[in-house]
Structures are given as structure tokens and as C-alpha cells.
Design a protein around this ligand. Structure first.
Ligand SMILES: C[S@@+](CC[C@H](N)C(=O)[O-])C[C@H]1O[C@@H](n2cnc3c(N)ncnc32)[C@H](O)[C@@H]1O
Length: 405
């Protein structure tokens, strides 16, 4: 099977870079990256500066446009569809017919992925989302992930998922993300897994177990999804655990314990002799101390209800001897979640440099040094994924693709 990839919601190309690092013949035939509302498309420009642009099947360039405007049948053929997409409200309405008779909310990117699967029928897919996807929305826990699985089942795909903490698998960031691996039931891999017991698949035989080994799992819980996606949207709720498998609309889920590898520590990615602009000024210090500290603040909700908002302290500065926390798009701004480190040379407190942010995500140094403002470099890194996690999955896919013939 040709190792061809389509990368949706490509950002600065974390998936593509992760596969290219394998040097095992992966070729990205098309990608899409468009930041809603942004005048300058920095991420798209950065992506193109590394990999060049890609034509669609009509010979036109549409990679830097809203994916919802793209006629999906014009996307070049590929056997692997990848993409990191946001956790949104995936509920569907009863009205109107889309390609398969359901209507999701406008602007919800899962429907763009589904339309691409319907048009291009890739044999394999890897998606990335935040860990809370499995529990969303708060009012109907598990509904949104249930809808994703029900859509995949309807299109004759099975799926495995795992919540992966990148630091456990050797990275320099405690970033927890849900990875979903979907595959056609008719693929060789699909047939093989169809003959494998769910507990064995999760423990050792499946794609996720091979990419991210585990040491233990709890008792399985299981549920059958309705074949009617509107019914799932209206009524489904289920406590998904951090690992699982869905085939023929039946969900099997387990809480697993990850097999720990030595992470990269924050001190190992710090640069020396950084510009003085990264240092925290005396003037701003009290604000940083306040934001990072514990607090209890009386607040009033929209309906007039008074309550005490409270939050504990965060490490200030961040420990050198641990991997970093999850990097957000607000990284580097005066913000509680921005990393603050003790500079190894001067012993003074400072924020991270863009290169340190890139290292924390496993990108090459200066990956985003493509002409975008510094603030956008942090923004793009906050949006990105931990590249070595993709490379690990790619290695396992090398074997799976070899067996597809
Ligand atoms: C979570 S990020 C994925 C980042 C990527 N994995 C990386 O390594 O940089 C999602 C991306 O989807 C893009 N996006 C959002 N809406 C889009 C749309 N309608 N069409 C195309 N891209 C979109 C965002 O600009 C963002 O870069």
C-alpha cells in the first residue's frame, strides 16, 4: 500500500514532520491549514516554507483556505488521513440532509473530516484531540466521542483510542492528548484485529499498544452504540476510559497504566545567553507572583449567584527537573499557564524562548522562524502536537502498511 498522507488542520506540519523523520517513504499528497479570521496565515506560510504547496486534483492551490469550502472529491488520493482538530459541540440536528443524512453544527471540524473520509475512503486515519474529548460535553458526558465513533462505524471503520501523556513516552512535556486510530474493516489490519480479543488488542496486539506500550489495565466496560447518529446525539452518555476499541458499533474500554520511559527534563532543553527581553522585569514580577499563586476571589455569576472562585498555586518557577507542563497558545504572555524558568546562566527568572517552545514540542530548532512575529511562534507551538509521538505511531504504521500489500 502506498504510503500517502493527507494532513488536515495541518498547523505548522507536526504530523508531516513526524512521518518524514522516519525516512521510510511517507509522502504527503495534500494538506489544509487556514486560521479562521486571521489576515496573515502564518502557520500556512511556515508550512509551505518547509514543504512547499500542494495542488488538488484540478491542479489548483487551495491548501490555505477554509476546509469547509473545499470540494472533498478534489483532494488528492491518500491512504492515511491525519489531523488534529478541536473539541467542539458535535451534536447533530434532525433537519436537512448532508452527505449521509445528518446535519452537524456549522464550523464544527469533525464534519469536514467525515466528509473527507466519505469522499476519499482512506484505509487508515489518525486524529488528535484534547483529553477532555472523551468526557464532553459536561451535560452529556461522552456524547461527542460517541458521535465520532458512531460516524466511523457507519462508514465501516473500526477505531482504537488512547489518552497519551507525551512525557511518559520520553518527551519534554506533560501534554495529554487523545489519539484516535481508525481503519477500514476491510483492510488486512482490520481483518486481523477483528479476530483479536479486545483485551489482547489493548494490552499488546493493537496499534496503540505497539506505539505506546502499557503495563496494566483494569476491567473492561462495554456498550453498543446506536446505529442512528441522531439517537447517539440526543441520548448517548458513557464514561469512556483512557483506552479503548470500537468495532461493529460495540465499544470496549479500559483504564490502562502507561509504561514509563525516561522523559526529557526542562533543564535539558534550555538555551543559554538568551536575550534580555525574555527576562521578567522587576516591574512585572508582582503580577506574575499573583497569577501563579493560590487565590480565593468572590465572584458573581451571570444569574446573580455569588460564589468564591479558588485556585491553587502553580510551580513558580517551573521545576528544571521535570518535563514542562502543557503548552498553550498563550505561552509567553503574562499568564498563569506560561512557563517561567530560572535561567541556567544568570539564575534569574525568565519565560521560554521560541526555540525552547519548539524543543518542548519536539520540532527542530527554529522551525517557526519563517518570518512570523515572535508571539505567533508561541501560538503555533501551543496549537501543535508532540512530534516524536507521531514518529512512534509512524513506525508501527510502517509495519501495518507493509502487510496491506
Ligand atoms: C490543533 S491545530 C493542529 C496543529 C498541527 N497538528 C501542528 O502540528 O501544528 C488545528 C489547526 O486547524 C486550523 N483550522 C481551524 N479551522 C480550520 C478550517 N476551517 N480550515 C482549515 N484549517 C483550520 C487552525 O488554524 C489550527 O492550525
Amino acid at each position: 500500500m502506498e504510503k500517502t498522507i493527507c494532513e488536515l488542520f495541518a498547523g505548522v506540519g507536526g504530523f508531516r514532520l513526524g512521518f518524514e523523520k522516519l525516512n521510510s517513504g511517507w509522502e504527503t499528497t495534500w494538506f489544509s491549514q487556514w486560521e479562521p479570521g486571521a489576515k496573515t496565515q502564518w502557520a500556512h506560510e511556515c508550512y509551505v516554507s518547509h514543504f512547499g504547496d500542494s495542488k488538488d486534483l484540478k491542479g489548483e492551490f487551495h491548501t490555505g483556505e477554509d476546509i469547509s469550502l473545499m470540494e472533498k472529491k478534489h483532494i488528492p488520493n491518500h491512504n492515511l488521513l491525519v489531523g488534529g482538530f478541536p473539541c467542539q459541540d458535535y451534536s447533530v440536528a434532525h433537519t436537512l440532509a448532508s452527505s449521509k443524512g445528518i446535519e452537524g453544527k456549522k464550523g464544527v471540524l469533525w464534519w469536514q473530516i467525515r466528509d473527507t473520509i466519505i469522499a476519499k475512503e482512506p484505509s487508515f486515519c489518525i486524529f488528535e484531540n484534547v483529553d477532555r474529548l472523551l468526557k464532553s460535553p459536561a451535560s452529556q458526558r461522552g456524547r461527542d466521542f460517541g458521535i465520532i465513533l458512531a460516524c466511523l462505524a457507519e462508514l465501516n471503520y473500526s477505531a482504537e483510542w488512547r489518552v497519551v501523556n507525551a512525557a511518559t513516552y520520553g518527551a519534554s512535556q506533560r501534554r495529554r492528548r487523545t489519539f484516535i486510530f481508525a481503519y477500514k474493516n476491510s483492510s488486512n489490519y482490520g481483518r486481523k484485529m477483528g479476530n483479536t480479543m479486545p483485551d489482547k488488542l489493548i494490552m499488546s496486539e493493537g496499534f496503540m499498544a505497539k506505539s505506546f506500550p502499557i503495563v496494566a489495565m483494569d476491567e473492561m466496560t462495554s456498550i453498543e452504540l446506536s446505529k442512528d447518529i441522531i439517537d447517539v446525539s440526543d441520548n448517548f452518555s458513557f464514561p469512556f476510559k483512557n483506552a479503548g476499541y470500537m468495532t461493529n458499533s460495540v465499544v470496549y474500554t479500559f483504564n490502562i497504566t502507561e509504561k514509563e520511559e525516561q522523559p526529557i527534563l526542562l533543564k535539558e532543553i534550555l538555551q543559554s545567553d538568551v536575550d534580555k527581553d525574555f527576562y521578567i522585569s522587576e516591574e512585572k514580577m508582582p503580577k506574575w507572583v499573583y497569577l501563579k499563586g493560590a487565590k480565593k476571589i468572590p465572584r458573581k455569576s451571570a444569574n446573580g449567584h455569588e460564589y468564591i472562585f479558588s485556585e491553587g498555586p502553580v510551580a513558580f518557577p517551573d521545576s528544571w527537573d521535570r518535563p514542562g507542563r502543557t503548552m498553550l497558545t498563550s505561552e509567553s504572555t503574562l499568564n498563569r499557564s506560561t512557563h517561567v524558568v530560572t535561567d541556567p546562566g544568570s539564575g534569574k527568572l525568565r519565560i521560554l524562548t521560541p526555540v525552547e517552545a519548539e524543543r518542548m514540542q519536539g520540532f527542530d530548532d527554529d522551525w517557526t522562524n519563517s518570518g512570523m512575529p515572535q508571539r505567533m511562534r508561541f501560538f503555533c507551538m501551543g496549537n501543535a502536537l508532540v512530534v516524536p509521538m507521531v514518529t512512534r505511531m509512524g513506525k508501527v504504521l510502517d509495519g501495518i502498511f507493509a502487510e496491506e500489500g
